[in-house]
Design a protein around this ligand. Structure first.
Ligand SMILES: [Zn+2]
Length: 379
């Protein structure tokens, strides 16, 4: 995902923080501080802010644990997990492949909410052991530890319930899809149904949120409408995704790749590359080869990154994107997978290679044309 800070790796999974999370972190801390100061009038400003910040951080850890449990289950069922990104409304575990069977889908979907329920329950049990009870909550003076535990207890259970709303792509939508999939044996149909329910839920959120905004709680309603809008986009996306996967099914990269690839020798300088190749052929993307072996790729983007007066002194090899930074597909890769790779890493083309021997190139535009033609002919 774009616009994210990488904050490290856990269990081999990259953890990323989308910038929108920073806004949420501030909002959560502010609302916690407001909450603590109105419930516990005896607390000083320092106690209120320290408790709010620490509680906010612990909530952040709880959301990570929720997402990690999706990731760990996916990994244990043999699905590669690339990264986890925390963004405004929670998190997304980026699982590279769709589950192959309904049970895997069910377990991945349920893992996160189950983790949130466990965390929430543990917090409330600990709070009870320390003398808190739901009835006396507002009467008894709370210690900061109790206030934090109780808030974390409730918020994690709310998080679990919200995520179990049966609209795709929420966790509940995954679970719901798994159940229909299991019952009908048809993965595509179940995704479509779950996405439709997701869109319905989203519209209910939006309408209810706007209604609340005008006739009820004010900005809380807008928040709900915003979540609904997000869900609507995501559910529509997964619906379109199934349609595209269906059209591209069975197609392999080798069937549709372009074989007339523009290659270039890495030792020539950039000035010559621009004058003799880029400007003459109209091709914007060249693969750098050495004895037919692919060593890198160079596009106008890399050339632009180097000041014009250095073009004479720099070789193509020095400016190119090296093999290690390139995603490569093989002729056997399904086209739908290649398209996902391109969208995820935000590139327009991927080199196709067999054992580092460059055999062709596959581009986004080319796949789009195929999609159009196939949709046209209803193939
Ligand atoms: Zn989840």
């Amino acid at each position: 995902m774009k616009g994210q800070l990488n904050i490290g790796r856990v269990f081999g999974v990259q953890l990323g923080l989308h910038y929108s999370w920073l806004v949420i972190a501030v909002l959560v801390t502010l609302s916690l501080a407001g909450n603590f100061s109105s419930v516990n009038v005896g607390w000083g400003a320092e106690t209120i802010w320290t408790t709010a910040i620490i509680t906010g951080l612990l909530f952040f850890v709880a959301v990570i644990l929720h997402e990690l449990s999706h990731a760990v289950v996916a990994k244990s069922r043999g699905l590669p997990v690339r990264s986890i990104t925390l963004f405004a409304l929670g998190g997304i575990a980026q699982i590279d492949k769709e589950a192959d069977d309904p049970l895997t889908e069910f377990l991945i979907g349920i893992a996160g909410p189950a983790m949130s329920v466990v965390i929430g329950t543990l917090c409330l049990i600990t709070a009870s052991a320390l003398g808190w009870s739901p009835e006396t909550q507002t009467l008894a003076p709370q210690t900061p530890v109790l206030a934090a535990l109780v808030w974390l207890g409730y918020i994690n259970i709310v998080l679990a319930i919200f995520n179990m709303v049966p609209g795709f792509p929420l966790d509940g939508g995954r679970v719901f899809r798994a159940i229909i999939w299991w019952a009908t044996g048809d993965m595509e149909r179940s995704t479509n149904i779950a996405a439709r329910v997701g869109q319905f839920v989203a519209v209910v959120f939006i309408v209810w949120g706007i209604f609340q905004f005008f006739f009820g709680v004010g900005f809380g309603g807008l928040w709900l409408a915003l979540i609904g809008w997000f869900l609507l986009t995501a559910a529509g996306g997964s619906y379109a995704n199934v349609a595209i996967t269906k059209i591209l099914r069975g197609l392999r990269v080798g069937d549709v790749m372009r074989k007339d690839v523009e290659t270039i020798d890495g030792t020539i300088n950039l000035q010559e590359f621009v004058d003799e190749h880029l400007l003459k052929t109209g091709s914007r993307c060249y693969f750098v080869v050495e004895d037919k072996r692919l060593v890198g790729m160079i596009t106008t983007h890399e050339v632009k990154g180097i000041p014009k007066d250095e073009w004479k002194d720099k070789t193509v090899e020095q400016a190119m994107r090296k093999l290690d930074d390139l995603q490569i597909v093989s002729p056997q890769t399904p086209v739908s997978e290649a398209l996902e790779d391109m969208l995820r890493s935000d590139v327009n083309q991927l080199p196709v290679a067999d054992d580092n021997q460059l055999t062709g190139v596959i581009t986004r535009n080319h796949i789009l044309e195929i999609l159009k033609t196939r949709a046209d002919l209803k193939i």
